[in-house]
Design a protein around this ligand. Structure first.
Ligand SMILES: [Zn+2]
Length: 58
């Protein structure tokens, strides 16, 4: 069992400043395709690990 399982991340787009909470798979999609809003290329620096799953970052 991976300790990263169920990880959540706070994503802040470097292009449009959109801020959303994402899970591991959504993070991978963003890294691969860029921001879903403005299509800016996204790096791992745009993500911050959220400790608690029910953190209300929005
Ligand atoms: Zn964006």
């Amino acid at each position: 069992m991976s300790p990263d399982e169920g990880s959540r991340y706070a994503f802040v787009c470097p292009g449009c400043a959109e801020s959303i909470a994402v899970d591991e798979s959504m993070r991978n999609v963003l890294l691969e395709r860029g921001c879903v809003i403005c299509e800016t290329t996204v790096t791992t620096a745009a993500f911050r690990r959220i400790r608690s799953i029910d953190t209300r970052e929005l």
